[in-house]
Design a protein around this ligand. Structure first.
Ligand code: FE2
Ligand code: FE2
Length: 170
């Protein structure tokens, strides 16, 4: 595994975004329920890993560099996606709403990725303007990613944990 493959943490995360976009495009084109389910499963696993990397490592390490609203919304947007991710995984690709759920998940992710990558004012752009060590963050995230991928291989990740939904209820 070459850490040189990605210049820094942001390059790694953007690469994840491109990979999941490709998977969504393949899902749209795919025919046959087995193929669609395989792709949906892959999309959900990729997104679970990506949200864990961001929430455990990238977001906390960059909190001070970005506007508070943007920081908080990132977590809430992840949670909204996780509700669908867990539901899709649970469905096993069955049910009349399966394809619609994957379609809506795609729209949610597109919106969220835009907020992260938007030129000038997006999350990543704000981080770029700071002096955070993005190479060290990349290495931390790569190590965690390997661990999580091994977990997927070994039988799967548990359902995605919601971090903000219900957190305000007392
Ligand atoms: Fe992301
Ligand atoms: Fe994110």
């Amino acid at each position: 595994m070459a850490t040189e493959e990605f210049t820094d943490a942001i390059a790694l995360l953007k690469n994840d975004h491109r990979e999941v976009e490709d998977l969504f495009a393949n899902f749209e084109k795919a025919s046959g329920s087995d193929r669609k389910w395989k792709l949906a499963e892959q999309i959900c696993n990729e997104l679970k890993i990506h949200t864990i990397l961001e929430e455990e490592i990238f977001y906390p390490a960059t909190k001070e560099a970005v506007e508070e609203d943007l920081y908080k919304e990132a977590f809430v947007e992840h949670d909204a996606a996780k509700v669908l991710i867990n539901d899709i995984m649970e469905s096993g690709g069955e049910g009349e709403f399966f394809e619609s759920k994957v379609g809506v998940l795609q729209e949610e992710i597109e919106h969220h990725v835009k907020e992260e990558e938007q030129r000038g004012e997006g999350y990543f752009a704000q981080v770029r303007g700071s002096d955070i060590d993005l190479v060290a963050l990349r290495d931390q995230m790569l190590a965690r990613k390997e661990e999580l991928k091994a977990q997927v291989e070994a039988g799967g990740l548990p359902p995605a944990e919601l971090t903000t939904v219900d957190a305000d209820a007392s």
